[in-house]
Design a protein around this ligand. Structure first.
Ligand code: AMP
Length: 190
């Protein structure tokens, strides 16, 4: 497996699974959410721009997100492959990603959707909020907005890769290890 996208709504377990997959397949794990949180923690101009969107559960504008990600991908020329977590979240981001990978490394081989029902997601994120320290994990209204944004702006990304026949769905309910095995089974069949 070279470059792949771990896809799914907030709270679907992308972060947890991406860490395990990166280790298992020797991939670089890139999470745009983590990158933004790092910038905010260090109070950089980029972090300051991203913060107001993140606090409301809105998407950070494409041009900011794409530029940040591109810079990181360009620095990763020598890696075995990349697992993208939380990116792309719009079709414009998907198009930009395909273009940058064409220039820099190989194409996306697979997009994997972690399928989790909305109500389960709200429960999981509220629970995560007790320890994550994330403002966007604490308020149910913001969580529901993030799910709405996912359904409205991000689900078309699934169709974009489905048209290329490289989009796959995996049941995202179960134990971490069960879900990990399901993902590996799907990837190993490619
Ligand atoms: P995450 O950690 O992936 O749940 O992302 C947390 C927040 O960061 C999101 O709700 C967005 O505000 C922002 N964010 C992360 N990735 C992206 C992206 N690819 N495009 C736009 N905003 C993003």
């Amino acid at each position: 497996m070279k470059n792949m996208i771990l896809f799914g709504p907030p709270g679907s377990g992308k972060g947890t699974q991406a860490v395990k997959l990166a280790e298992h397949y020797n991939l670089l794990h890139l999470s745009t959410g983590d990158m933004f949180r790092y910038e905010i923690k260090n109070n950089t101009p980029l972090g300051q721009r991203a913060k107001s969107y993140m606090d409301k559960g809105e998407l950070v504008p494409d041009e900011i997100t794409i530029e940040m990600l591109k810079e990181r991908v360009e620095r990763a020329k020598d890696v075995n492959g990349i697992i993208f977590d939380g990116f792309p979240r719009t079709v414009a981001q998907a198009e930009a990603l395909d273009q940058m990978l064409e220039e820099i490394s190989g194409p996306i081989k697979a997009l994997l959707l972690l399928d989790v029902p909305d109500e389960e997601i709200v429960k999981r994120i509220l629970l995560r909020g007790e320890t994550s320290g994330r403002k966007d994990d604490l308020d149910e209204e913001i969580i529901r907005n993030r799910i709405e944004v996912f359904n409205r702006e991000t689900t078309p990304v699934y169709d974009y890769y489905d048209q290329k026949n490289i989009a796959f769905k995996v049941d995202g309910v179960g134990s971490v290890d069960e879900i990990f095995r399901r993902i590996c089974r799907t990837l190993d069949q490619l």
